[in-house]
Design a protein around this ligand. Structure first.
Ligand code: SF4
Length: 485
């Protein structure tokens, strides 16, 4: 059985069964870097990098990096007692089955300032809960906390600035007081519920929608859980659970759903795709030649280029397929930025050229529209031409959400989930870059010099292949829908 961690404690407050499972399941530590996808690896590395940069705010701090929690807790105790140490990084605490690590503790006479480092820019209730959990365990261990603060990424940071300017300090000392007393009251009950040899009886709760145990727990044997209903509200979820309804098959027709939700119910209950009459007319409204557009972007905490705020969506490449009639590709153009510099202006100019003329521009989701709007704001001299492109955009995902649903979509309208159902012969499996996260990480690694020479050339080609596959998928999906509508 594991010690209670922040994740186990907060999960138990949502659902005792989830907390119990987390505490009692086999856990061999975080997945090794070598077993992560490139996209996951990049996110892990970025988090580690931010943690290291945050330490620069605290002079002469001591890092607790012992290999086990027990050893780390012992080392922490001795460093806490050394009054010459002004700050401690990754201090470890263990008490009666509870464990935690604090990102930074800064000594203030007999008290301590507690800091939690986050990779996000926006303050969030969950961050306060994280901070409150750590503060609770520290308080129980006899640590006097003078203040509790978050270090978030500052939107004002720009490449080249000192690390201390990367962070925005938010004092939550007052906010965590209320949370602390709530958590404190649960100290015993969480421990008892999660160390009991018998797993607590599960009951469907709103937290089930994001729970990794759903399929083996209350969702066991349910092929189409009610969470597959798009945008299901918590109120509707509770109404259904009150009637013992957990599967879409069991939702009565008298239960009010929105138009888009009703399509999903109808498809699941009949076992057949639902095709609305409007599908055909909306597809017929397209003007030809039709273009299919997809962007890839780089979004990073530490900006890749000067004058860019953290987490700015920087478009780095696009693919455009053009068809003169359904399913018939008449042209393909593409663009991949030079990773060593901010190429957004060049990308925008090329995009305008590649989409010149008339005809609808099909995209999948609002993402492409957002990118073009941002480019128009950034380069007012291209504003009129970019606005013209926006006028021609048609979102295929919106058309589908209103007019078409296949029971095999399993609640997802994402391109990667609908493609195997509609166009099974077109797969991403043989591509070196199979998803957007890997594409993002690949571009960042190119921009930061991790790939060089032939390897860099090969990765650039992989990026082009991936983006091209996305727009080819749109061509094929359009073809399939045309045959249905
Ligand atoms: S699926 Fe629901 S009931 Fe089961 S452990 Fe998860 S949150 Fe709890």
């Amino acid at each position: 059985m594991r010690n209670i961690s922040k994740e186990i404690f907060l999960s138990t407050l949502l659902c005792e069964t989830m907390g119990w499972r987390l505490r009692n399941e086999e856990f061999s530590g975080p997945t090794p870097l070598s077993e992560l996808t490139r996209g996951q690896r990049f996110r892990r590395e970025q988090g580690i990098d931010i943690g290291i940069r945050a330490r620069e705010l605290f002079q002469d701090g001591v890092l607790i990096d012992e290999p086990t929690t027990e050893l780390a807790a012992t080392k922490t105790e001795s460093v806490l007692n050394d009054r010459n140490v002004p700050a401690i990084f990754e201090a470890a605490f263990l008490l009666n089955g509870y464990a935690t690590r604090s990102d930074v503790l800064r000594r203030r006479a007999d008290q301590w300032d507690l800091f939690e480092v986050k990779s996000g820019v926006n303050d969030h209730k969950d961050y306060v809960d994280d901070l409150a959990y750590t503060a609770m365990v520290l308080s129980k261990c006899g640590i006097k906390i003078a203040s509790a603060k978050l270090l978030l990424i500052s939107r004002e940071f720009r490449l080249g600035m000192d690390n201390p300017r990367l962070f925005n300090e938010i004092d939550h000392s007052d906010d965590i007081l209320a949370r602390l007393s709530e958590f404190d009251a649960k100290w015993e009950t969480v421990d008892e519920a999660t160390k009991n040899p018998i797993m607590p009886e599960p009951h469907p709760v709103w937290a089930c929608r994001n729970c990794s145990f759903l399929k083996e727990c209350v969702g066991n044997g349910i092929e189409n859980p009610i969470f597959d209903i798009p945008r299901l509200s918590e109120k509707k979820f509770n109404d259904l659970v009150d009637s013992d309804i957990l599967s879409i098959e069991a939702i009565p027709l008298s239960f009010a759903l929105t138009e888009n939700q009703d399509i999903v119910r109808a498809a699941v209950q009949t076992g057949n795709p639902v095709i609305n009459d409007n599908l055909s007319s909306e597809l017929h409204d397209l003007s030809w030649p039709v273009h299919y557009l997809d962007f890839e972007t780089a979004v990073t905490a530490i900006p890749l280029y000067e004058e860019i705020a953290p987490y700015t969506q920087v478009p780095t490449q696009y693919s455009v397929h053009q068809s003169d009639r359904v399913g018939n590709i008449s042209n393909h153009t593409e663009y991949l930025a030079d990773p060593t510099k901010d190429s957004r202006f060049e990308l925008a100019v090329n995009l305008i050229n590649d989409l010149s003329g008339d005809g609808s521009i099909i995209v999948y989701s609002h993402f492409e529209k957002t990118i073009i709007i941002d480019l128009a704001k950034l380069y007012p001299q291209l504003g009129e031409q970019l606005s013209d492109l926006i006028e021609r955009l048609v979102d295929m995902q919106t058309i589908m959400s209103k007019n078409y649903y296949h029971p095999a979509f399993k609640g997802s309208m994402s391109l990667k989930d609908i493609l195997p159902v509609l166009v099974p012969e077109l797969s991403y499996e043989n591509l070196t870059i199979p998803d957007g996260g890997t594409a993002l990480a690949t571009f960042v690694y190119l921009a930061t010099g991790r790939y060089q020479g032939e390897e860099a050339d090969a990765e650039k080609q992989n990026l082009l292949d991936y983006c091209k596959q996305d727009t080819l998928a749109l061509v094929k999906i359009h073809e399939q829908l045309s045959q249905l509508g």
